[in-house]
Each structure stands twice: as structure tokens, then as C-alpha cells.
Design a protein around this ligand. Structure first.
Ligand code: GLU
Length: 304
């Protein structure tokens, strides 16, 4: 497959997107990122690599890490997990409080902030040293020892994290948070702070294109059935209240973050990561979504 040619060709049509949207501004570490950064990396399940642009530069993966925490919690809790968090698209912004009260403290899905906070609570219950054990899990599945949190970003997240504090307090009042709120929030803010390059991100998610098996070690990360379900959740809930639009235009399960990153999976084929920091009104990378739309159109492969 000549993906590199696709990347170059599609990029030549994306110039008009360079000035659309705005970089996330709620913390200085995100607002100071060069808005014109653009990177792509595709890793096939046979470990072939194709990259373009700023694909080797680290960026803040933000909410993309919510998929990885979900995977670890699902592995530990099995189907009991769904007693505390749903699997329905929310149709509301990622940090919405309104729906949570209506749903009596049970978040619609694990990829909105409320759901990710419940997942963090589950991990705090299971793990002795959640931050350390979680980052080791990420390093193992990606086969990259250097992946880490950015403490500066975690601190900034904390100082700006009023809505997340509101969400977790509301859920605590409904009995859906079992541990100390500050401990769970601290873990959550660290999850948001993980940094990766496009190459590292696409490599990290490759096991979800390989039916739950880590292609680098051949170890089962999660069962085939669980991997199918995690992909289904990404398909339905991975882009906040723009998940339908992403599915419609791109046709792959994926997850975005407010750092401008997107990762998408084609089961049995590849994992692709794109990074462009300018976000649309829903908080998703403008150019990243457009690139993926053109990529699945030009290659004529999607899961549908
Ligand atoms: N740090 C962000 C928050 O919790 C994550 C947002 C995102 O990437 O969706 O508000």
C-alpha cells in the first residue's frame, strides 16, 4: 500500500484548513502550541510504518487516554463495569453536568469526562499505585518505554479543573465514586497529561486493530470480544457530540483529544494517528477530521 502517496496527495488539498478553528486555551501548555503543526502516522498490523509532517513531535493526547484507562478497567472488572457507566452516545459536550443529574450519577459512556472519572475510580480501587501501574500498562501495549505523564500539564489541569471537580462531586453524591475525590481527580489529571508523538499514538492503539492482541509481544491485552466492544464504544462515543458526524464522514472507530490529536482504527489493517491543534466548535481537530475523511475516501476502505 502506498499510504505515503495518499498522505502527500491529501495534504495538498488541506491548505484552507490551516486557519480554521482555534487551539484549546484553558491551560497555557495547550494555548501556546503552534497551530500549524500537522503530523500523521499509520502503523499496519504487520508493523509497517508510514508517516508525514510533524509525526515525531510529542503533543498532549488528552482525552485519547480515556480509551486506554477504559481498556484496563474493563480487563479488571469484566462486565460488572457496566453497572457504573453506560455505553450510549451522550449527544452532549464532553464535560456536561446536566445529563449526569438526569441519569442519577451514571455517566452515559466511559469516554466523556464523567465516565472517565468513574473509570479512574475503578482503577484506584484495583491498583496499589494507579499512576505508576497505568503508565506501565501503556508502555507495555505500545512497546515504548519512554511514554510518560507531563507533570506540568497535570498541574495546570488541576488548577483549571473546576468542572471535573463538579462532575466527580455530583457522582459521589449519588454513590458512584468509591474513593477519595482528590486521589481520583489527581489520577484523572495525570491521564489527561500523557504526551505522545503520532507514531507512538498509532503504535499504542494497534492492539485494537489486532483483536486485542499486542502485535509487538503477541500478548493478549484484552479478549477479542472486549476489543470489539471498545472499538464499538469509540465508534459511537469517541468524538463528544460529533461522534455521528465522524462516523458518517470517516467510517472508522476513533478517539479525539483537545490537544488536537485523533487516533482511528481499521480492524485487521491499521491504526492511524493525526495531529493538528486547531479545534472545531465541538472540540475536535478540524484538519484532522478532514484529513481522515479524505483518507478513507481516497483509499476506499472503511469498516462499512
Ligand atoms: N483535560 C480535559 C478535561 O478534562 C480533557 C478534554 C478532552 O480532551 O476531551 O477537561
Amino acid at each position: 500500500m502506498k499510504y505515503k502517496k495518499n498522505f502527500k496527495n491529501i495534504n495538498s488539498h488541506l491548505g484552507e484548513f490551516d486557519n480554521l478553528g482555534t487551539v484549546a486555551s484553558y491551560i497555557p501548555e495547550l494555548s501556546s502550541v503552534d497551530p500549524l503543526k500537522f503530523g500523521i502516522h499509520l502503523t499496519t498490523i504487520t508493523n509497517k510504518h508510514f508517516s508525514f509532517g510533524d509525526s515525531d513531535e510529542k503533543f498532549s493526547i488528552q482525552s485519547i487516554s480515556k480509551v486506554l484507562s477504559l481498556v484496563l478497567a474493563y480487563k479488571l472488572e469484566d462486565e460488572y463495569l457496566w453497572n457504573r457507566v453506560g455505553v450510549e452516545p451522550s449527544g452532549t459536550p464532553f464535560n456536561s453536568l446536566i445529563q449526569l443529574e438526569h441519569d442519577l450519577g451514571i455517566p452515559r459512556n466511559p469516554l466523556i469526562n464523567a465516565g472517565a472519572l468513574v473509570i479512574c475510580d475503578v482503577l484506584v480501587s484495583h491498583l496499589k499505585n494507579p499512576k505508576q501501574e497505568f503508565i506501565e500498562f501503556v508502555r507495555t501495549i505500545s512497546n515504548i518505554e519512554t511514554i510518560d505523564y507531563c507533570n506540568r500539564i497535570a498541574e495546570s489541569e488541576k488548577s483549571a479543573g473546576y468542572r471535573n471537580a463538579a462532575l466527580i462531586n455530583l457522582m459521589k453524591s449519588y454513590g458512584n465514586i468509591h474513593n477519595d475525590i482528590d486521589v481520583v481527580l489527581d489520577f484523572y489529571f495525570h491521564l489527561c497529561s500523557i504526551e505522545m508523538t503520532c507514531k507512538e499514538l498509532s503504535q499504542t492503539f494497534l492492539f485494537l486493530a489486532s483483536y486485542g492482541v499486542c502485535p509487538f509481544t503477541n500478548e493478549v491485552v484484552i479478549s477479542r470480544s472486549k476489543s470489539k466492544r471498545v472499538n464499538a464504544i469509540m465508534q459511537l462515543c469517541g468524538f463528544y457530540d460529533e461522534a455521528g458526524e465522524f462516523s458518517f464522514k470517516v467510517g472508522l472507530p476513533g478517539k479525539s483529544g483537545v490537544g488536537g490529536g485523533i487516533v482511528a482504527i481499521h480492524p485487521n489493517k491499521y491504526s492511524i494517528a493525526v495531529w493538528s491543534p486547531r479545534l472545531n466548535i465541538k472540540g475536535n481537530s478540524y484538519k484532522g477530521i478532514k484529513f481522515l475523511e479524505l483518507f478513507t475516501s481516497e483509499t476506499q476502505v472503511s469498516i462499512f
